[in-house]
Every structure is written in structure tokens, then in C-alpha cells.
Design a protein around this ligand. Structure first.
Ligand code: COA
Ligand code: AMP
Length: 631
């Protein structure tokens, strides 16, 4: 170890202004910031106040102006449509400038919100960057969410326009997005203005008066210049799952975000200008925002936007082919993708057909990386496999092995060490700092570094209450774990009702709300249980209203269909059991954690405050038996 990590980390703690001022020099400013870190109103902090910039300028125009317009900025690789498209920085800049003109023509201006509900097409990135160009605030909604979830986000973000597509493609299945969009607009109370719809050849959607055709609008549009915004103005709002059914609108600024992401790409991922990064996620998640779109483009690298799965279309060699075709240096995905590949091709026979010699590192995040998957990937790929840990709220890694700064020892089960700017502590229930090796709530001491959430969209109170009120002076990550003697962080899992299904963060609360809406259901609980491929999957338990005579075989499929229609296919909600009662404490709280422990075959902690132990005894065999039929 050369000590570069320690030096950088210590400096970020003792001299945050100096550390981040230097990082900010990698960004073009119209007006230099007056202050670097303003922590005078904690738990709210402001970065680079007084500074003015434009994120789209930094992601595109800046590289063109510097003479790199002919370099490839974005590669759309789409095995599901059997196509590949390359866009240079100059081409992407022109498209984005034109689309910004389209948005302006429908009345979108600085500070207005725009919802983007799209599959993995290059136009999704174009729409995001066009918003940034205008100083508008984008809110990308993952395509796997159904109409009701989209409607909730429309009502919260109150957009001035929506950008969507006629369809997405899941394997060989065409998912018609436009009818979902129309339904969401019907369900929402807020009128979202015009929708700009990309018609794809796989499905031509019927258009209404509200809709503008993407291609026609682009043909008529005037290119638009970048609008300077304050560093502290919001760049985007990204909804993520909390413990209740209502998603949280994580708000991120322009300045802190640009600086942190630009710093992170070479330091953590060891990717610099002209190098190729392949992040296999979706633009609807934070991983897609940060490492498909913003960080690679802010850095002047080449990003691969991949429309497909790691397996199935055509086979478990899909990623190897992408690495070979585009000379990918760093691959970033979720562990579940590798569990999927391992399941289909346990000996990685398909790897022999490809030249993946360009690959230097595999990065995994989004869920716990089990040591078995880590070992398998390390052995088969022959490159370092780097687990790293972060969240929608932080926008970039909290803990990682910083491959560009100083590669350090990798330890199974650990996302390595805290990144500069993050003071990670582990606290006991009463707020006492726990000694090394002891498990508790993982927290981050305030202020958080640049790039982290500013607040929740139009809900400062929920921001305080969700993250900042549990332990004063700390941000609550919602994850539990410990730090070992070498300072390595071990993240063991969520301490709340958020679950992680195939790397997708979901709320059991939103599924419970849907189940509770079924006319025969009196009460219900949804828990996340272990799944060999997806890490976790949800399991539902419902108690029927008295007098209901229909049985589980009839009601369970209805409930499965209801969650799929209202939350979305991505919930992977396939198992629900009808039970006589739910175990509760005397104060009426359902013992979800105890249920989860029994279902996962762990030693269950049954609280002394249990109301009626016989209820749990009756439920035990159902939990232990595993999933019930229903989907
Ligand atoms: N639009 C519409 N439907 C979508 C969707 C989208 N963008 N994304 C997923 N879905 C659907 C899927 O088609 C599937 O439907 P089904 O129940 O009819 O089969 C369902 O939602 C569940 O999707 P998923 O959890 O992705 O499971 P899968 O079986 O299709 O694929 C993996 C499993 C492991 C291959 C897949 O989850 C994967 O590649 N994960 C990579 C990790 C990742 O992207 N993580 C994001 C954060 S880093
Ligand atoms: P998201 O906000 O969708 O990125 O999900 C964030 C959550 O995913 C975290 O709070 C963790 O629970 C989980 N997570 C992400 N990365 C890791 C990791 N490397 N190890 C363990 N859990 C992780």
C-alpha cells in the first residue's frame, strides 16, 4: 500500500474545503464558487454555493470545445433489437441541444420538472442531458414500474412534460409503455402537460392530442444553448423506496454532483478520458444515472448503454461479447447478474469464445455480494472483483476499493473502505459508537460529501425524519453491519422494511398497500426472503375478512396479478399465503423480522412483547415450508 488512499481520506476529513476545491477544478464553471462546503445549517448542507455551471456543458460541449468531438461518447448496444449505434461527443451534443429545443417549445424552462419513463434507448440519456441543459429537473422513472407507481411520481414531482417511448423489450416480450403512461396520466391528479413519445418499430403506439412524436418534434426543433444554473440548484429528483408505500424523491444538486462524480470515475473505477465503461443497470436507477450517464460523460470517457439482460438474449455470454466488441475496461453490475450467469453457465464455457483482455476490473454493487459469487467471478474472469457500497441517497460510493487511487487488499464480504468525504460509524441502539467488529446501525457523520442528497423533493420534514432524526449529527443509512480492525466496512443488510430484489430496491410497504386494497383482505404483511438468484424476493401473508368463503387457490393468483399491475413486474411478487392471523406485539406491530428469520432458517428472535405466541407457532410451518403457490 502506498498510502495514497489514507492521505486522500485524511485530507478529506481535516481539510474538506481544500480537498473538494481541488476536485472542483476538473469542472468548468461560469462563476467560481464562493464557498466550498457550507455546513452552517445541518442537517442540510450546501456545496459550492455562489458557483454557476451547467452539467450538460460539462458532460458534452466541454469535450467538443476541447477538440474531442469525434470521440465516441455513447454506444447503444441492444441485443434485443439486434442493433448497435455509436454517438460521438459532437453528435450527442447536437442531439441533446435539439431535444432541449423540443422541451423548450413545450414550455419547459429552468427549474421545471420533466418525467422520463423510457426503456434503455439512447434517447433516455438524451432526454436527461437536455433537461440538464435547460436547467430543468429530470425525474426518471424505471420502466419496470406500473402505471400506479408512475402516477404517484407524477403527483409528487408535478412535471411540466413527460418523455416516454412506445415500448420496451424484455427478452422477447414487448412491454407497451405508452398505455401505461396514458393510464398513469388518468390516475394522476396533476396534469403533466405534453408528452413526447419515441415511436419504436416494435410497437407503434396510438397517439392522443397531448402527445408529440419524438422524431417529428426533433425535425422541427431549434438547438438550444446551455443555461447557467446555481451549483445548489437541483439537477434531478430520483424516487426510491422507503419503508412506507410513498416513494422518497431524492433531490440532487448540479455542482456537488458534477464534482463528486467527476472525481469518482478515475479514483474509484480507474476509468479516464477515452476509456470505456460498461455499466449494466438501467437509467431508472441511481447506478444508471451516475455510471451510465453522468460520470463517464463528465469524464470524457465512452459509456455503453446496454439494452438487454446478462442471460437469455442470446445467452450467458452476452456480457463477454459486449466487453470484446467495445474493448470495455470496467464492467459494473449487480451481483444478481453474476449469479444468473453462473447458474446458466457454471463453468463459464462461453467465456472461451470471447476476447475479454481489455477488462481490468469488475465492480459489483446494489446488494450484498455473497462470497461464493465473488470467488466465482474472480476465478473465471481473472480480474479483481470489487464490491462497493452505496445508495440512491449518496449518488456515488460510500465504501469501495479505490482502484485508481490505490488498489488495496480485497476481502470477501466487504465493500472495502470508506471513500473520501464519508466518515462511517457504527452505532448501538442508544447512539453509542460500537467498537470495531461489533454489528450495529451504519451511519455517516454529517456533513456528507458533495453529490449526496440535498433533501427530499419538497419535503424537508421527511428528509429530517427519515435520515437525520434517529441519531443527531448522523445520516442513517438504513443498513446494518460492522467495521473490522483494518477499517473495512461489512454491510449485512437493511434494518428497515426496504428489500432488494435482483439489485432493485423495493418497498414491502407499497406491496402491502396494494394487498390491503383487495376487497377480501383484512390485513397483510410482506417480507423479503432469501432467493438464490435474486438475493431476496417478496413473500406475502394475508388474513381474509371474516365471511370470505373463497380459498387461497382463488385469491392468491388475484393478489399476485394485483401487485404486478399496480407496482410492476419488477417486484417479482409471486408468492402469497392465506393465513389465519399475523403474529404481533401487544402494541399491534407485525413481527416481520421474526417472520423473515424463520423463513430464512435463522434463529428467530421472538420478542417478549409478543401478543399471542400460538399465532407464530401456527405460522411457523408455513414460513419454513417455503413459497406458496400463487403465481
Ligand atoms: N421494463 C419492463 N419490465 C421490466 C423491466 C423494465 N425495464 N425490468 C424488469 N422487468 C420485468 C422483467 O421482464 C420480469 O418480468 P417477468 O416477471 O414477466 O419475468 C420482472 O420485471 C422481474 O425482472 P428482473 O428482476 O430483472 O428479473 P429477470 O428474471 O427478468 O432477470 C436478472 C434476472 C438477474 C438477469 C436481472 O435482474 C438482471 O440482469 N439484473 C442485473 C442487475 C441490475 O440491473 N440491477 C439494477 C441496479 S444495479
Ligand atoms: P439503491 O438505493 O437502490 O442503490 O439501494 C441501496 C441499498 O442497496 C443499500 O442501502 C444496501 O442495502 C444495498 N446495497 C448496495 N450496495 C451494497 C453492497 N455492496 N453490499 C451490501 N448491500 C448493498
Amino acid at each position: 500500500m502506498s498510502g495514497e488512499y489514507r492521505q486522500a481520506y485524511d485530507r478529506s476529513m481535516t481539510d474538506p474545503d481544500g480537498f473538494w476545491r481541488e476536485a472542483a477544478a476538473l469542472i468548468d464553471w461560469y462563476t467560481e464558487p464562493e464557498t466550498i462546503m457550507d455546513a452552517s445549517a445541518l442537517p442540510f448542507s450546501r456545496w459550492f454555493a455562489g458557483g454557476e455551471l451547467n452539467t450538460c456543458h460539462n458532460a458534452l460541449d466541454r469535450h467538443v470545445d476541447a477538440g474531442r468531438g469525434d470521440q465516441v461518447a455513447l454506444i447503444h448496444d441492444s441485443p434485443v433489437t439486434d442493433s448497435q449505434q455509436r454517438f460521438t461527443y459532437a453528435e450527442l451534443r447536437d442531439l441533446v441541444a435539439r431535444f432541449a429545443g423540443v422541451l423548450r417549445s413545450v414550455g419547459v424552462g429552468k427549474g421545471d420538472r420533466v418525467i422520463i419513463y423510457m426503456p434503455m434507448v439512447p434517447e433516455a440519456a438524451v432526454a436527461m442531458l437536455a433537461c440538464a441543459r435547460l436547467g430543468a429537473v429530470h425525474s426518471v422513472v424505471f420502466g419496470g414500474f406500473a402505471a400506479r407507481e408512475l402516477a404517484v411520481r407524477i403527483d409528487d414531482a408535478t412535471p411540466s412534460a413527460i418523455v416516454s417511448a412506445s415500448c420496451g423489450i424484455e427478452g422477447r416480450r414487448i412491454v407497451e409503455y405508452k398505455p401505461l403512461l396514458d393510464r398513469a396520466i388518468e390516475l394522476a391528479e396533476h396534469d403533466p402537460g405534453r408528452s413526447i413519445v419515441l415511436q419504436r418499430p416494435q410497437y407503434e403506439a396510438p397517439m392522443t392530442d397531448r402527445d408529440l412524436d419524438w422524431a417529428e418534434a426533433m425535425a422541427a426543433a431549434e438547438p438550444t444553448e446551455c443555461v447557467p444554473v446555481a451549483a445548489t440548484d437541483p439537477l434531478y429528483v430520483l424516487y426510491t423506496s422507503g419503508t412506507t408505500g410513498k416513494p422518497k424523491g431524492v433531490q440532487r444538486d448540479n455542482g456537488g454532483h458534477a464534482v463528486a462524480l467527476r472525481w469518482s470515475l478515475p479514483a474509484i473505477y480507474d476509468v479516464g478520458p477515452g476509456e470505456v465503461m460498461f455499466t449494466a443497470s438501467d437509467v431508472g436507477w441511481v447506478v444508471g444515472h451516475s455510471y451510465i450517464v453522468y460520470a463517464p460523460l463528465l469524464t470524457g470517457a465512452t459509456t455503453v448503454l446496454y439494452e438487454g439482460k446478462p442471460i437469455g438474449t442470446p445467452d450467458a455470454g452476452a456480457f463477454w461479447r459486449v466487453i470484446q466488441d467495445h474493448r470495455v475496461k470496467a464492467l459494473f453490475t449487480a451481483p444478481t447478474a453474476f449469479r444468473g450467469i453462473k447458474k446458466e453457465d457454471p463453468d463459464a464455457v462461453l467465456l472461451r469464445d470471447y476476447d475479454i483482455s481489455s477488462l481490468q476490473t469488475l465492480f459489483l454493487a446494489g446488494e450484498r455480494l455473497d462470497p461464493e459469487t465473488w470467488m466465482w467471478a474472480s476465478e473465471k474472469l481473472g480480474v479483481p472483483v470489487v464490491d462497493h457500497w452505496w445508495q440512491t441517497e449518496t449518488g456515488w460510493p460510500i465504501a469501495a476499493n479505490l482502484r485508481g487511487l490505490e488498489p488495496m487488499e480485497l476481502k470477501a464480504g466487504s465493500p472495502s473502505v470508506p471513500c473520501p468525504g464519508y466518515q462511517v460509524d457504527v452505532l448501538d441502539v442508544d447512539g453509542t459508537e460500537l467498537p470495531r467488529g461489533e454489528e450495529g446501525a451504519i451511519v455517516i457523520k454529517l456533513p456528507m460529501p458533495p453529490g449526496c442528497l440535498q433533501t427530499l423533493w419538497e419535503d424537508d420534514e421527511r428528509f429530517r425524519e427519515s435520515y437525520m432524526s434517529r441519531y443527531e449529527g448522523y445520516y442513517l443509512t438504513g443498513d446494518g453491519g460492522y467495521v473490522d480492525d483494518d477499517g473495512y466496512v461489512f454491510v449485512m443488510g437493511r434494518t428497515d422494511d426496504v428489500i432488494n430484489v435482483a439489485g432493485h430496491r423495493l418497498s414491502t410497504g407499497s406491496m402491502e398497500e396494494v394487498l390491503a386494497g383487495h376487497p377480501d383482505v383484512a390485513e397483510c404483511a410482506v417480507i423479503g426472503v432469501h432467493d438464490a438468484m435474486k438475493g431476496q424476493v417478496p413473500r406475502g401473508f394475508v388474513v381474509l375478512k371474516s365471511g370470505v368463503t373463497r380459498g387461497e387457490d382463488e385469491i392468491a393468483p388475484e393478489l399476485v396479478a394485483l401487485v404486478r399491475n399496480e407496482v410492476g413486474a419488477v417486484a417479482s411478487f409471486k408468492n402469497v399465503a392465506v393465513v389465519p392471523a399475523l403474529p404481533k406485539t401487544r402494541s399491534g406491530k407485525v413481527l416481520r423480522k421474526t417472520m423473515r428469520q424463520i423463513a430464512d432458517g435463522q434463529d428467530a428472535m421472538v420478542p417478549s412483547t409478543i401478543d399471542d405466541a400460538t399465532v407464530l407457532d401456527t405460522l411457523r410451518p408455513v414460513l419454513q415450508k417455503g413459497p406458496q403457490a400463487g403465481g
